[in-house]
Design a protein around this ligand. Structure first.
Ligand code: CTP
Ligand code: CA
Length: 224
């Protein structure tokens, strides 16, 4: 199979994608993580590159190998991810936040391994910056900003609220309570919601197939 797609409909487009889960250290040997596999973001990066885009992939934790022809930067924490994304953002036309960013980090990371002396252990968490929200504040004409929403209830309402609050052009709403959808699966079932309140129900499909559908829709709305 050829790497490059027949369709070069993203030729020369500068696309910034985040993928995978962030890890927030507790001490030198422990961290708080999440179940994100990185599959959705990596599939988007690979498909965008196949279609001719100039792709930067800011990757949190994943066991996947880097897609071909993609400029990949690996990060660990939400703050590192934010720093790398903000570096690339001004020069990017399409920005897709597929990463599962930790909402909280450990307030005081222990310098030494924590010993199991106490019967109970309390760790104080501090809210992380919302990367996507800050991109929404800085967005200029000619930039198309896409987010994901992971929900276990009120999918449409919560996703629509995120789209508006974060000033997005499109949001991919993910019902993570469903089997075969969301975190750590090969398939997904989503709704694609646009700024003009168009809602498309996308049926169950592989994340590779879904990546192609998402990029089709981005092209449709971005070029308007
Ligand atoms: N996101 C981000 N920075 C964060 C948290 C989330 O950029 N600190 C991005 C995610 O990459 C995703 C979108 O915001 O594209 C929505 O993430 P989600 O976890 O569904 O929503 P939150 O805004 O974090 O709200 P909550 O988890 O409370 O539902
Ligand atoms: Ca969150």
């Amino acid at each position: 199979a050829k790497f490059f797609s027949e369709k070069q409909d993203l030729s020369g487009r500068r696309i910034l994608i985040s993928a995978g889960g962030t890890r927030e250290p507790i001490d030198p040997v422990r961290y708080i993580g999440n179940r994100s596999s990185g599959k959705m973001g990596y599939a988007l990066a690979e498909e965008a590159a196949r279609r001719g885009a100039d792709v930067s992939l800011i990757s949190g934790q994943t066991s996947l190998t880097a897609p071909a022809c993609v400029n990949i930067i690996k990060v660990e924490t939400a703050k590192q991810m934010q720093c790398r994304i903000e570096e690339k953002f001004p020069d990017s036309e399409i920005i897709i936040m597929a990463a599962a960013v930790a909402d909280y980090r450990v307030e005081d990371i222990a310098d030494q391994k924590i010993k199991k002396t106490a019967e109970t252990l309390t760790i104080t968490l501090r809210k992380n910056p919302d990367i996507l929200f800050s991109l929404g504040q800085k967005k200029k004409n000619g930039q198309f900003l896409v987010g994901f929403a992971a929900e276990t209830q009120k999918l449409l309402a919560f996703a629509q609220d995120k789209l508006e609050r974060k000033n997005l052009d499109m949001i991919i709403a993910n019902d993570v309570s469903k089997k075969n959808a969301g975190f750590n699966t090969d398939t997904n079932i989503v709704k694609i919601i646009t700024k003009d309140k168009n809602v498309e129900d996308v049926p169950l499909m592989t994340k590779t197939a879904l990546a192609s559908v998402i990029l089709d829709r981005i092209i449709l709305y971005f070029d308007r």
